[in-house]
Design a protein around this ligand. Structure first.
Ligand SMILES: C[S@@+](CC[C@H](N)C(=O)[O-])C[C@H]1O[C@@H](n2cnc3c(N)ncnc32)[C@H](O)[C@@H]1O
Length: 481
């Protein structure tokens, strides 16, 4: 591999070098990273004003970046060298930091991460939502920043004929980085992860090779509750009785925290477990049970559940505090998953309906309503854009709407119905402030809502992800200038 650098210069935003590497032209710039933007990239400018979106680095740093893609309006680049580092950079606590695709921000203190997340929410509401004069408060920190995840999907790959269990390295969905340890999962989960890694190695169970779509073992899905009850799902490309028997003989008796055992078959080319995967219960419980604010939630292998063990109570508590439910309220919980918010509101209101597209999640939600003896909570399976108008036709007149859509946000037709029905409050929870800001702008301009409260909360330490709660009220009082 030959590399020829030329034209080195030290000025802000100047071309540092350009050359040829492995037959491809490489361009580098030296520039100052100005601010963080949604998604966690840093923004800088070239002297000609062109925007550079940079992966890696922190605001205020002077860096040399390598151009990855040149678009018409901006350049995408990665940090290659930090010339002047953020004064608060620190040593990451994980030995895999920098290589593993998991935690990008471990090398900056948690307090700085929170400030960056606040800035991301602000950027979305100003740049995308067009809001001015919004005061975005500090992000509510996670009480614990290691061992906090209650769910993890580890990938199983193949390195020169040996099975390896770990996570994808940064920027690669094909390779698997074998892990010595993962510090963001609880120790009980870590014990199970390393037992499986050793088990796969000992029996040379072929790991999955995505290039040839070959191999047997693909994913190890682990879930855990606050009480340390674990669920294990070993995902294979086909059902394999000999592997199941080996698991029963060697792992089942020794892993005392595991109360629920599954295998699953994923014959597809992609790794996603949300569709096209069949789950088979093997031994123990079918569900693990989590408690949040005194409510019981049964969690199955496919159930969506907030992933931070120690922050979920606070998220729910804040949502309730912000919504201020009344005994006379009729509530709709849109995109309700397994009905967590639905059940949270049920004891405080007249009646509540959850709407969710995944039939299995709705079944779990109904079970959870029964488990908690909440007959005023009902659930409807289907797409919100079809079920919401139907519920309105059938006479539902929500006074409060809770909405927690997927990253893509709400569709235009759903927003239109909300603007027509005009519940007095809409509590909008989202893990994507960009689509949330877009939708809030629509509700403000087309529905006459005002933003009354914004509260970001951190469910995902060491990553650029941020959860955000917004209260919109159909009244004149507002935070918006
Ligand atoms: C971010 S999760 C929210 C889950 C729930 N609020 C909770 O905290 O457990 C988004 C949910 O929306 C569901 N969903 C996505 N698109 C949908 C649609 N068009 N109609 C109804 N539900 C949908 C997903 O299946 C998922 O359960």
């Amino acid at each position: 591999m030959s590399e020829k650098a030329s034209g080195m210069s030290a000025g802000r935003g100047s071309v540092s070098s350009s050359g040829v590497r492995g037959g491809r032209r490489v361009t580098r710039y030296r520039l100052r990273l100005e601010r963080v933007v949604p998604g966690g990239k840093m923004l800088g400018h070239l002297p000609n004003g062109k925007v550079v979106l940079v992966e890696g680095g922190y605001p205020g740093e002077e860096v040399v970046v390598r151009v990855q893609r040149e678009r018409r309006d901006y350049i995408e680049a990665v940090v290659e060298e930090v010339v002047r580092a953020h004064p608060r950079r620190q040593k990451a606590f994980c030995p895999h930091f920098g290589v593993c695709g998991g935690c990008a921000w471990q090398d900056i203190p948690y307090s700085v991460q929170l400030e960056l997340k606040r800035a991301i929410v602000e950027d979305a509401f100003v740049q995308v939502g067009g809001f001015t004069g919004l005061a975005i408060p500090h992000v509510l920190p996670s009480p614990v920043t290691e061992g906090f995840r209650n769910k993890m999907e580890f990938s199983i790959g193949d390195v020169r004929g040996e099975p390896v269990l770990g996570l994808h390295p940064r920027g690669s969905w094909e390779r698997v980085l074998p892990l010595e340890v993962c510090r963001i999962i609880p120790v009980e989960m870590e014990e199970v992860r390393s037992a499986f890694a050793e088990f796969l190695r000992r029996h040379r169970i072929p790991g999955y090779n995505p290039h040839y779509h070959r191999g047997l073992a693909r994913t190890l899905l682990l879930r855990i509750t606050k009480e340390k009850a674990l669920m294990v799902v070993l995902v294979l490309t086909r059902r394999d009785e000999s592997v199941i028997q080996l698991m029963k003989q060697e792992l089942y008796p020794g892993l005392r925290h595991v109360v629920s055992w599954y295998t699953a078959v994923n014959p597809k080319r992609n790794e996603s477990l949300s569709q096209g995967v069949t789950f088979f219960h093997l031994w123990g419980e079918r569900y693990i049970e989590e408690r949040v604010l005194g409510l019981r939630f049964r969690i199955g292998p496919r159930s969506f559940f907030q992933t931070n063990l120690y922050q979920v109570d606070r998220l729910f508590d804040r949502v309730l505090e912000i919504a201020q439910p009344e005994p006379t309220d009729t509530v709709l919980d849109l995109y309700c998953g397994t009905g967590t918010f639905t059940l949270l509101f049920a004891p405080h209101v007249r009646r509540v309906a959850g709407v969710e597209i995944v039939q299995e999640a709705v079944e779990r939600a109904r079970e959870n309503a029964q488990l908690n003896n909440l007959p005023n909570a009902v659930f409807y399976a289907g797409d919100v854009k079809r079920v919401l108008p139907r519920l309105i036709r059938e006479g539902w007149r929500p006074t409060l709407v809770v909405t927690d859509p997927a990253r893509s946000g709400m569709t235009r037709s759903v927003l239109q119905v909300l603007c027509q029905v005009r519940p007095s409050r809409i509590v909008y929870v989202s893990c994507n402030p960009v689509t949330q800001a877009r939708d809030c702008a629509y509700l403000v301009h087309e529905g006459g809502y005002t933003i009354q409260t914004i509260q970001p909360i951190d469910m995902f330490p060491h990553t650029p992800h941020v959860e955000n709660i917004v209260l919109l009220r159909a009244s004149s009082s507002s935070l918006v200038a």
